[in-house]
Design a protein around this ligand. Structure first.
Ligand code: F6R
Length: 583
């Protein structure tokens, strides 16, 4: 994971880089650091923890027009100042920030650097020393070293004697932008918003040299190449005007806007063309592949396509699919769902499908992401930039976009009308204090539901685990009695999600099974049940197929409030990062 922001210009770039690194904290926040040029020396400042700690260490008086910056999610080596980036070469000539993993770093160390004393446990320190060992001009050294390296990297590098920033990219994202005051490189487009209008997206095995006035690109043979700039669409990144202490709450509340925007994008602006719809219709089946929350969106997408288009669907976890003996099929469309479009396991599966000559559709939230480059068809989600590590509005945008796909494929105008009514009236519900007080009594929580509510139970439990650190399980209501019931006692809370009238009695039986073992029940539903429960959260009533969007909002809010109640920062859960670029 990790995030890079580096700048060269005619102002003091240090504070701009630090400010923009904050936008990348979602990529990791174990430690951060900068390297900058002062006279002809390279200086490094690092700090463990969030960027605020780095800022304190830097003070207000530092100034430099060439800076590379980094925020880290630890892969090699524990969280410590020595392991924080930037890393210097032992000869003091190079400073490097790196996002990615050098898979053969142990071999490289043995073969090329046995005489070098390394100060950290990182692959990056090996990388920078490997660069220092190469011959020729700086850009050639960088290219040569990258040729020796296996794995993924986006790097920004300073060299002691040149007023330039050197860049290289393979498998990890890197983009560069320029205006009349200088140039910037970053891991994510959102960093450029407000400062640049256009940028260049670097491709794998491309290199660049940024100086104050220009950017020169090279291919892996060292030949100069020309690249076309792309426009940065601020709309994709705008933070709606909701002032909340936490991004997560702001993003949950934004869901009403996201739904309207998505509807507008697909039905008024026709984001998906008729030609694309006809192309998608030709596939006999769909196979969704994704990780984490995006996998749950895939489960919902499969349900919608089966329900409304009567086509066969499969759903796989990317890290499993990759090593399975999958029987691939040219009549199947492989659908990759990813908020970031940078998740390593998801990308690896998409690569595998492409290599075998099959078609790929990508449902992504970040324009120009790595996954989109592999796509035959792109289905963008319009959640806008999601900052909190736990995905909320992006999940809702994915589910809604896949629902729209199913409706467009089925050409069902009645369903389209229902969607329109829904987006116009959907509002975020509020959880009352009594419910929250009841919830806070438990640290042994089970989520149950059937069919679409089963997906909600998986996603609700994931949210609770990741931000409130409560060990909980999401499971199919019918599965309780096949094992998990053994865990239920009077200290257990079962959150029963029940939004499908056809399954009311079945859910009531599951609730009774829990009650008989002394377990407590929080029922989340849009209709009354005949069984008595400990707490009832009444959801607003919408058509059944829309209820997964309504119920998940309630579950997201429960997790959010519980995390805050326990004193945790829900935006930055421990051990996690938003963009998982390691396999
Ligand atoms: C959980 C969460 C993760 C992501 C997963 C995939 O709240 O956000 O489970 O869904 O890491 O990430 P993307 O969607 O970027 O591929």
């Amino acid at each position: 994971m990790c995030g890079i922001c580096s700048a060269i210009g005619n102002f003091n770039e240090i504070f701009d880089v630090i400010e923009r690194l904050r936008k990348l904290e979602y990529r990791g926040y174990d430690s951060s650091g900068i390297a900058y040029k002062e006279n002809n020396n390279l200086e490094v400042v690092k700090s463990v923890g969030q960027i605020a700690n780095l800022e304190k260490r830097i003070g207000r008086n530092l100034s430099s027009q060439i800076v590379i910056g980094h925020t880290r999610w630890a892969t090699h080596g524990k969280v410590s100042e020595e392991n924080a980036h930037p890393h210097m070469s032992a000869n003091g000539e190079f400073a490097l920030v790196h996002n990615g993993i050098i898979e053969n770093y142990e071999d490289l160390k043995k073969i090329f650097l046995s005489d070098v004393c390394l100060n950290s446990q990182t692959d990056t320190e090996v990388f920078v020393n490997l660069i220092a060992r190469q011959k020729g001009p700086v850009i050639n050294k960088l290219i040569e070293a990258c040729n020796l390296v296996k794995g993924s990297f986006a790097v920004a590098m300073l060299e002691k004697n040149s007023n330039k920033i050197y860049l290289a990219k393979r498998k990890s994202p890197l983009m560069v932008a320029q205006n009349e005051n200088g140039c910037m490189a970053a891991s994510d487009l959102s960093v450029f918003v407000g400062k640049f209008e256009k940028c260049y997206i670097m491709e794998d095995d491309e290199f660049a040299v940024m100086s104050e006035k220009n950017i020169v690109f090279f291919d892996k043979s060292g030949k100069k190449i020309k690249k076309n700039a792309v426009l940065i669409n601020n709309f994709d990144f705008c933070d709606e005007n909701l002032n909340e202490e936490y991004f997560m709450l702001k993003e949950i509340k934004e869901q009403a806007i996201v739904l309207k925007r998505t509807y507008f994008k697909y039905f008024s602006e026709n984001t998906l063309s008729e030609a694309e719809i006809s192309k998608i219709k030709k596939y006999k089946s769909f196979h969704f592949i994704a990780c984490g929350t995006a996998y749950h969106s895939g489960l919902m997408g499969a349900r919608y396509i089966q329900q409304f288009c009567k086509k066969e669907c499969k759903v796989s976890i990317a890290s499993e699919f990759r090593y399975d003996n999958n029987v691939l099929n040219k009549n199947c469309l492989y659908v990759f769902v990813s908020q970031s479009g940078e998740t390593a396991d998801t990308i690896a599966c998409a690569n595998l499908i492409k290599e075998k000559g099959f078609d790929v559709m990508c449902v992504t939230n970040v324009p120009y992401c790595s996954l989109n480059k592999l796509a035959d068809i792109i289905l963008p989600t319009f959640a806008g930039r999601e900052v909190a590590v736990a995905s909320t509005k992006a999940y809702v945008a994915q589910v809604f976009t896949l629902l729209i796909l199913a409706i467009k494929l089925s050409k069902n105008l009645e369903l389209q009308e229902s969607l329109k009514k829904f987006v116009l009236s959907f509002d975020i519900l509020q959880l009352d204090d009594a419910l929250l007080k009841f919830l806070y009594q438990f640290n042994n929580i089970f989520y149950i539901g059937r069919e679409q509510d089963y997906v909600a139970s998986l996603e609700g439990a994931l949210k609770m685990k990741e931000i409130a650190y409560i060990n909980c399980i999401g499971l199919a209501g019918g599965e309780l009695k096949h094992g998990t019931l053994a865990l239920i006692d009077e200290n257990s809370l079962v959150i029963a999600i029940s939004t499908q009238k056809k399954l009311k009695e079945k859910m009531e039986s599951n609730i009774q099974e829990v009650k008989a073992r002394g377990g407590k029940i929080l029922l989340v539903s849009n209709f009354e049940h005949s069984v008595e429960v400990d707490h009832f959260l009444q959801l607003p009533e919408f058509e059944e197929f829309l209820m997964p969007i309504v119920s998940i909002t309630a579950l997201q809010l429960m997790a959010f409030h519980y995390a805050v109640e326990l004193g945790y920062n829900p935006d930055k859960p421990r051990n996690l990062a938003k963009s998982v670029t390691v396999e």
